[in-house]
Ligand binder design. Structure first.
Ligand code: GNR
Ligand code: NI
Length: 170
């Protein structure tokens, strides 16, 4: 079992703003490793520190088919975004079993520090571009359901609260 627990919507801690990482030290490297373990165990394509109740700007992503290409983004910044937008179905480990359409930039260029503390830059497209934007939203306290209508969001909230009550009863 991974050491970290993933917060579930509508937990208010999912709306906290993450602070920049001052130094990529042993504590941050340990967090990154624990987040990767948690992401792989949950079969996710990404995980933001916010989701494990750590409010610092750290993201892990792996959108590879073989699940063998971990990307670590510390203090990420989007330095360029395509004008072209794309709608795709999104899900979130913090909102299990809910999927809905969200519009995002089709391509984004990201600058971030890696696990080694060195800056790197890359262009993401397809699912990786979606994941980068989805994870960066988590760092500013935003969950994808906030792009949906108020009606859908209220329904999701009710469903999630009922589900956690049912689980508590087990
Ligand atoms: O695992 C995940 N899959 C996913 C699918 C479509 C769009 C976004 C995502 S991210 C999600 C993992 C997660 O919740 N990261 O915050
Ligand atoms: Ni998510």
């Amino acid at each position: 079992m991974p050491k970290l627990t993933i917060l579930r919507y509508p937990d208010p801690r999912l709306h906290k703003i993450a602070a920049p990482v001052a130094t990529v030290d042993e504590r941050i490297r340990r967090l990154v490793d624990d987040m990767l373990e948690t992401m792989y165990a949950a079969d996710g394509v990404g995980l933001a520190a916010t989701q494990v109740d750590v409010h610092e700007r750290v993201i892990v992503i792996d959108t590879s088919e073989a699940r063998d290409d971990p990307r670590v983004l510390i203090n990420p910044e989007i330095v360029a975004r395509s004008e072209e937008m794309r709608v795709s179905d999104e899900g979130c480990l913090s909102v299990p079993a809910i999927y809905d359409k969200v519009e995002r930039h089709a391509r984004v260029t990201v600058r971030a520090l890696g696990r080694d503390g060195q800056p790197h830059e890359f262009e993401a497209e397809g699912l990786q571009a979606v994941a980068v934007q989805h994870e960066m939203d988590h760092l500013i306290g935003k969950v994808f359901v906030e792009y949906l209508s108020q009606l859908k969001r209220d329904r999701i909230k009710t469903k999630m609260l009922k589900k956690s009550r049912d689980e508590d009863a087990d």
